[in-house]
Design a binder for this molecule. Structure first.
Ligand code: TYM
Length: 332
């Protein structure tokens, strides 16, 4: 039998996850878990590059695991674990730092954005974020990395670092490829559809959180910005608001964008926005209930994390051993 290819992805347990995280990441993982050897981590080491409340961070770590499982990520099929439970991430990150240039990191779009938003705390970790992400991926020799559009640049740098290391020594790392959804790799803000929907927004009406209740979801969609025309057509350039809503509808109602366009042909924006809100609320309600049910079972969650960490550490340890050998770290 042909060996299954490896796939790696992660989400930070920060703030409240949005439907962007669900559509751009988790939803994509669901189909992939059947055919790949999957590692899905909870990136708490990335999370602390922005100040976190310790008690909240602990809580959100478990909540994110419960969400993975509630969404249908199967812990029997996939390795689910917490990044800080596998020390190889920090160790490989240190080595890869010596193969990464300061100038490259300063040019990263997300670093520039976050530095502007957290001007009081532009710490080394924030700048090093992409190198830690490269370490995550490369430790598992992942061929594929399913992420949203906003991670494209980080993935490019991970590829560059892998190639640089392979060229300096001998082939050591698999050079990973990003997997982006055709529909939904970038869900935009409902109030400003030129920006991506973000967990850390100044205007909470622009983001729909996975924890929002039905009324809040419907209210946010009713207030979504559209345009001054009246046609419901997919045209991201000229109709960014409507196109974003069509994308969201298509994902949550399990229809193609063309089917969604046909369904709303000739109908008004008010009716359309309400229907998108209903579709999202209908999908999220059972997920929220399932997440709450799983979250109540601490023992089950801990057992997933324990076996996940063991499995992840085995795979990561093999790669780290090779790396240490190649760079000349004396081994005992
Ligand atoms: P995070 O937590 O910021 O985002 C998690 C995932 O959600 C996607 N995403 C979106 N997709 C579509 N539309 C949006 N509006 C939207 N907002 C977020 C992100 O692209 C991502 O896939 N740095 C990573 C976490 C990470 C990681 C890794 C990912 C750490 N190590 C290794 C892959 C491989 C991040 O962006 O997390």
């Amino acid at each position: 039998m042909e060996e299954r290819k490896t796939l790696y992805s992660a989400i930070q347990p920060t703030n409240n996850l949005t439907i962007g995280n669900y559509v751009g990441a988790i939803k994509n993982w669901l189909n992939l878990q059947e055919n790949y050897d999957c590692y899905f981590s909870i990136a708490n080491m990335h999370a602390i590059t922005v100040r976190q409340d310790p008690a909240e961070l602990r809580k959100k770590t478990l909540a994110l695991l419960a969400l993975y499982v509630a969404c249908g990520i199967d812990p029997e099929k996939c390795c689910l674990y917490v990044q800080s439970h596998v020390s190889a991430h920090a160790e490989l990150c240190w080595v890869l730092n010596t193969f990464t240039y300061v100038g490259e990191m300063e040019r990263m779009t997300q670093f520039k954005d976050k530095s502007a938003r957290h001007a009081e705390n532009v710490n080394m970790g924030l700048m090093d974020y992409p190198v830690l992400m490269a370490a995550d991926i490369l430790l598992y020799q992942a061929q594929y990395v399913p992420v949203g559009e906003d991670q494209r640049q980080h993935l490019e740098i991970a590829r560059d670092i892998a190639q640089r290391f392979n060229n300096a020594f001998s082939p050591t790392f698999t050079v990973p490829e990003g997997l982006f959804m055709k529909v939904g790799a970038k869900i935009n803000d409902l109030q400003d559809p030129s920006k991506k929907m973000s967990k850390s927004v100044e205007n909470p009406n622009g983001s729909v959180f996975l924890s929002d209740d039905r009324d809040t979801i419907i209210r946010k969609f009713k207030r979504a910005v559209t345009d001054s025309q009246s046609t419901i057509r997919f045209d991201p350039e000229n109709k960014p608001g409507v196109s974003n809503l069509l994308t969201i509808y298509s994902v949550f109602a399990d229809k193609s964008v063309e089917e969604a366009e046909a369904e709303f042909d000739g109908r008004g924006y008010g009716e359309f926005k309400a229907a998108v809100g209903e579709a999202v609320a209908d999908k999220l309600a059972p997920l929220q209930a399932e997440q709450a049910r799983i979250l109540a079972d601490r023992q089950y969650l801990d057992s997933i994390l324990k076996s996940g960490a063991e499995r992840a550490a085995r795979t990561a340890g093999k790669t780290l051993f090779k790396v240490y050998k190649k760079i000349g770290f004396y081994q005992i």
